[in-house]
Write a new protein. Structure first.
Length: 131
């Protein structure tokens, strides 16, 4: 999956910056969106340009909105049902985090995480979709 394009939806610039650095060091190309509308716009633009995202990483809570990431997931899945998705959240007690597959996410990564766990999560999505 190296050299593939990823979209990160994360409103905390420190977290998104660290994720982007971790992933780019592993050979991924990353774009960052800070809100729902920007994420959806970037996602649609990439598809129209013929260079779609291989996966989208979603923060669940955006600003004070506890379901911003989930709403964005639904919009993106309506556009591209097969896109690989990762929920990335520190709210491990949330029903969405506990039952992420029931909500449409392919994988889940709890914050805080390491670069290795992030890369492993991405690689497992690719292997699962290839197999």
């Amino acid at each position: 999956m190296e050299n593939e394009k990823l979209l990160i939806l994360e409103d905390d610039s420190m977290v998104s910056g660290m994720m982007k650095i971790m992933l780019e060091r592993s050979g991924y190309i990353c774009d960052v969106a800070v809100d729902e509308d920007e994420a959806y716009r970037l996602f649609c633009s990439a598809r129209q340009e013929g260079i779609p995202y291989s996966a989208v990483i979603f923060d669940l809570v955006l600003a004070e909105d506890s379901l911003g990431g989930l709403r964005t997931l639904r919009r993106i899945k309506e556009t591209e049902p097969g896109v690989k998705t990762i929920l990335c959240s520190g709210f491990v007690s949330s029903p969405v985090v506990k039952n992420y597959k029931n909500y449409g996410f392919d994988s889940c990564l709890s914050k805080p995480f390491t670069g290795a766990s992030l890369k492993t999560t991405l690689l497992s999505l690719v292997e699962h979709s290839a197999g």
